[in-house]
Design a protein around this ligand. Structure first.
Ligand code: AMP
Length: 541
């Protein structure tokens, strides 16, 4: 039996780790000897792809053949990346990234990479999680579990899961910002609330620098922004140099760059002023998420953990310290924390399957002596596992759930939110509603999801245009002659994986209706098998 690996499948970078026999999480560097691999795929031709640094470089010369930030498309069945006449779904592109990590790690360690725990953002819904799992399966991996990135980061930070504490994970990556509030007690790691902005990340800071460079260039050369924008080579160079300048400004007070023969300088002060609106937006989102946690009774924090490459910008720590002067704020190995935490979780759940709960798959492997030893060491050093039971991860739903009902006050059909985002799962909510006319024989049930938190709109009535219908169906026929206002009971259930089902009943007659929300945007089994076959034919560099 081989080791258990944790994989951080990131928007911009990915990383793979395992736990050694001393219980220490270790990152496996890639073939190029880097601990992280850019999540970029270059389709040289149908049979050969490069993943990582080479692919990132090819972005400049052959952008049409390079696919980056695929994570943003996970769970979407509309997106395909077209290479010649071949179409690649997000799961297939992600599988190539996972394939590169697994192949390189397997070469380095001299053993196959099979059993993995893959991480995803806390806000990922079921479709996105399932797509992540499918990506692993296409790559030929046994996906033991998909766990949340902030939870993994908190685990790797060395949370003593026996001690009650509340931690906020502030994760500013390349393309996303996530803030997650986690409560830990008695071996249970519970996500209390999660929020953020899925379209805000280091790339936006890069763009601010790029726009500054363009303005400077235009001023000096008397050209227009349009002229610069149409100079493809200059733009590509500016893109690269902007990120480099940003990274340098984390260490220096100012930096000089040369793009296409043109020199430009930017100071940290200028950079921070150009990007302060972006940083403020993360502070606002942080407060919104804290308000959600407060609604659930959490309003004291032991620690803020900083995760994600962009937290290396000094402005982040400075701003957070100013905003939360009484809190302890610490860096959490931005590159490797998530993969390491996933590896620890994997070892723990595999070693103590009889006690594991929550996000654990049925296909847990038989563990090797080495893995068992690693688990015992983790248990000994961090109190996770043996004797106390495996750690349990509890999650929340990332969307609110509304039901379509007629408002008795005005007779108008509206969407009422009943289960709110950030509710801990599993969860069941029972509501009672009356029929709307005499002799009603059918009851129409329609369930919607949306982003409105509790109390965000008056009476929790959600605008129809902001909601997505998940499922609908009719209950009936009910016995004839029932008066208006006849009681109907509806159970809305969310299981520990986040799957929603509805059970409606008319208690007097025993008429019932069961509805389940199916995953909508995932590959079919047939597509999965085809994708696995195609994957086997591709050589990954
Ligand atoms: P992640 O998605 O967590 O790997 O973060 C990637 C982002 O972190 C990219 O936008 C990088 O440009 C950014 N990043 C990495 N190192 C630094 C640094 N030293 N200073 C500023 N940003 C950085």
């Amino acid at each position: 039996m081989s080791k258990i690996f944790g994989i951080d499948l990131g928007t911009t970078f990915s990383c793979i780790a395992y736990v050694d026999e001393y219980g220490k999480p270790v990152v496996v560097p890639n073939r190029e000897n880097s601990p992280v691999t850019p999540s970029v795929v270059f389709f040289e031709n149908a049979d050969n792809v490069s993943v990582g640094e080479i692919a990132k470089q090819a972005l400049q010369s052959e952008p049409d053949l390079v696919c980056s930030t695929i994570k943003r498309q996970m769970g979407s069945q509309e997106f395909t990346f077209l290479v010649g006449d071949k179409e690649y779904k997000p799961e297939e592109v992600s599988a190539l990234i996972l394939g590169k990590l697994a192949k390189d790690a397997s070469e380095k360690l001299g053993e196959p990479v099979e059993n993995v725990v893959i991480t995803c953002p806390a806000y990922f819904g079921l479709d996105e999680r399932e797509a992540t799992k499918k990506a692993g399966q296409i790559a030929g991996l046994n996906v033991l579990s998909i766990i949340n990135e902030p939870t993994a980061a908190a685990i790797s930070y060395g949370l003593d899961v026996q001690t009650q504490q509340t931690v906020m994970v502030y994760d500013l990556g390349g393309g996303t910002f996530d803030v997650t509030i986690i409560k830990v007690a008695d071996n249970v790691i519970e996500v209390v609330a999660t929020g953020g902005d899925h379209h805000l990340g280091g790339k936006d800071w890069d763009n601010a620098v790029r726009d500054f460079f363009i303005d400077e260039y235009c001023r000096e050369n008397g050209t227009s922004r349009e002229d610069v924008a149409s100079d493809f080579e200059l733009m590509a160079d500016l893109e690269v140099k902007s990120e480099q300048a940003k990274v340098q400004l984390s260490e220096r007070e100012s930096t000089k760059m040369k793009a296409n023969g043109y020199r430009v300088e930017i100071s940290r002060e200028q950079f921070e002023s150009l990007t302060s609106n972006l940083l403020e937006s993360t502070i606002q989102k942080t407060h919104e998420t804290m308000a959600e946690a407060k609604r659930k009774g959490v309003d004291a924090y032991d620690k803020i953990l900083l995760v994600g490459g962009s937290t290396r910008m000094p402005q982040v720590m400075k701003r957070l310290q100013a905003e939360f002067p009484s809190m302890t704020i610490e860096y959490c190995d931005p590159d490797a924390a998530v993969a390491k935490g996933a590896a620890i979780f994997g070892v723990n759940m595999a070693a103590f399957p009889e006690r594991a709960e929550g996000e654990v798959s049925e296909n847990a492997p038989v563990v090797s002596e080495e893995t068992q030893k690693a688990a015992e060491e983790i248990a000994r050093t961090w109190g996770i596992g043996s004797g106390q039971g495996a750690m349990v991860i509890k999650n929340v739903i990332s969307k609110s759930i509304a039901l379509q009902l007629v408002d008795p006050n005005d007779g108008v059909e509206k969407l009422f939110n009943f289960i709110f985002k950030n509710t801990t799962i599993p969860h069941t909510e029972t509501l009672r509603a009356g029929t709307i006319v005499d002799n009603q024989t059918q009851v129409h049930l329609a369930i919607f999801e949306n982003d409105y938190a509790a109390g965000a709109v008056p009476n929790d009535v959600v605008p129809v245009e902001d909601a997505k219908e998940l499922t609908n169906g009719d209950m009936g026929p009910l016995p004839s002659g029932l008066p208006k206002g006849t009681l109907i009971e509806i159970d809305l259930k969310i299981d520990d994986q986040g799957l929603l089902s509805i059970d409606a009943r008319h208690p007097d007659s025993g008429v019932t209706k069961h509805l389940e929300v199916k995953l909508q945007n995932v590959m079919s089994e047939e597509q999965l098998e085809q994708a696995k076959e195609q994957f086997k034919g591709i050589s990954i560099l």
